[in-house]
Design a protein around this ligand. Structure first.
Ligand SMILES: [Zn+2]
Length: 239
């Protein structure tokens, strides 16, 4: 069994529940690689082999070692069965079409890790919010974007089937971190001549809920515009 562990839901984050509901310590007991965000939607989190990095909206990257730091939303896993990848001419269409088709991802969760020189890297970083929190869609309409060229680093992220859109983001959700760990963010677009890495398909999803969080329990999810909002919040290249 290889499982993907998810804490809370994207629907809850969309509703503006940005208070942290799991500690890094607890999260890392469920996986050594992953993505997420911190309390207040404070940046984009990249977890690489138990090392935790936070891209902040100023563009600065922090190495987080305080295991009491809280996250409202995160996905992690322990690598178990990665298939090697060696790709040329890579961009979102490669991962959206070629990788999804080759590894038959449509109905399963997957993890992708690719390293190399990125000719183009276009990211966004969620800016920290204060209470009362706005919706994720509101935040997404005004967030700093960054563009880099010829930058060496690693992309990691998860693929979720369409039927899970709103539990998490359907399609690919990818974060980037540079090799020197000075640049990171949520990927909107990228391009590379050659990337190497691995892909893992999960046979189990472990969905954890913040049951002791009153806001989470009391949130009335508005289903009508939820998926449209997610598409706008998580980046149009994602589909
Ligand atoms: Zn992200």
């Amino acid at each position: 069994m290889n499982s993907l562990y998810e804490h809370s839901t994207l629907a809850s984050l969309m509703a503006g529940n940005f208070d942290g509901t799991i500690t890094l310590k607890e999260l890392l007991s469920h996986g050594s690689y992953g993505l997420g965000t911190f309390t207040g939607l404070d940046g984009e989190v990249v977890i690489l082999g138990n090392e935790v990095y936070q891209a902040t909206s100023s563009g600065k990257v922090n190495h987080i070692t305080d295991m009491d730091t809280m996250l409202p939303f995160a996905s992690v896993h322990f690598p178990k069965n990665e298939k090697e990848l060696d790709l040329t001419d890579v961009d979102f269409s490669t991962v959206n079409k070629d990788i999804v088709n080759e590894f038959q991802l449509s109905n399963v969760f997957g993890f992708l890790k690719l390293s190399g020189v990125f000719k183009k890297m276009h990211t966004r970083i969620a800016p920290k919010q204060e209470k009362p929190y706005p919706s994720l869609l509101k935040v997404a309409q005004n967030q700093p974007e960054f563009e880099y060229s010829n930058i060496k680093g690693t992309l990691i992220g998860y693929y979720a089937p369409q039927i899970f859109d709103s539990v998490t983001a359907a399609g690919w959700h990818l974060h980037f971190i540079s090799e020197d760990r000075l640049i990171a963010g949520h990927i909107l677009e990228f391009k590379a001549d050659e990337l190497k890495g691995g892909l893992e398909v999960f046979d189990t999803l472990e969905q954890h809920f913040p049951v002791n969080n009153e806001e989470f329990r009391a949130t009335e999810v508005e289903m009508d515009n939820l998926r449209e909002g997610i598409a706008q919040s998580e980046g149009s290249q994602n589909k």
